[in-house]
Design a protein around this ligand. Structure first.
Ligand code: SF4
Length: 180
């Protein structure tokens, strides 16, 4: 029987959830044995196979049109979609800027930040103009499995991946929902 194919990608986050995934340490070999790990942001292949994968994993919220494209592409190409981490599940830290206007957020980031010198100015990059309110993934595409945490505990990530790898739907509860 073919191994389930897994792909991951990230959007508006800090990469910490993927670092927590790497923190499953040597258990990554178990996952590699049980699955066919395809594209990830930390491997050479960056996009999930056009022919599709069994499990898609997305880190980060959705902040702009580039993030939207990543979410739609993964949703279209995977059978089961996992929202990895608080940013993916409900917007997390990046969604704190939803309390401000985009102009205020850009000014804070590029002009008022303590490390910015007096020459600081907002870049005229068209992508910045396409920024939207930060959204959780499920506000843009349907999600099958929510794996919260900032970042999620490596044990919880291993549990979810190993259950999916063996064709079971993981049930996150108890200790797996907080750091130990
Ligand atoms: S949930 Fe936390 S660790 Fe994961 S991307 Fe967001 S801020 Fe980073």
């Amino acid at each position: 029987m073919a191994k389930p194919k897994i792909s991951s990608d990230w959007m508006c986050g800090c990469a910490g959830c993927h670092m927590s995934l790497l923190d499953i340490d040597e258990r990554i070999l178990t996952i590699a044995e049980l699955t066919d790990i395809r594209a990830t942001p930390i491997t050479d292949l960056k996009e999930p196979d056009e022919s599709g994968v069994d499990v898609g994993i997305l880190e980060g919220g959705i902040n702009n049109t580039a993030n939207e494209e990543v979410a739609h592409r993964m949703r279209k190409r995977c059978k089961l979609l996992v929202a990895l981490g608080d940013c993916a599940v409900f917007g997390g830290v990046p969604a704190m800027r939803n309390f401000f206007t985009i102009e205020e957020a850009l000014r804070r980031a590029y002009v008022e930040t303590e490390s910015t010198d007096s020459e600081g100015k907002i870049p005229s990059d068209p992508e910045l103009a396409r920024m939207t309110r930060v959204r959780a993934i499920h506000e843009v595409v349907p999600v099958d499995i929510f794996l919260p945490g900032c970042p999620p505990d490596p044990d919880a990530i291993f549990y979810v991946l190993s259950e999916l790898a063996q064709g079971r739907k993981p049930e996150l509860k108890g200790d797996l929902l907080h750091w130990r």
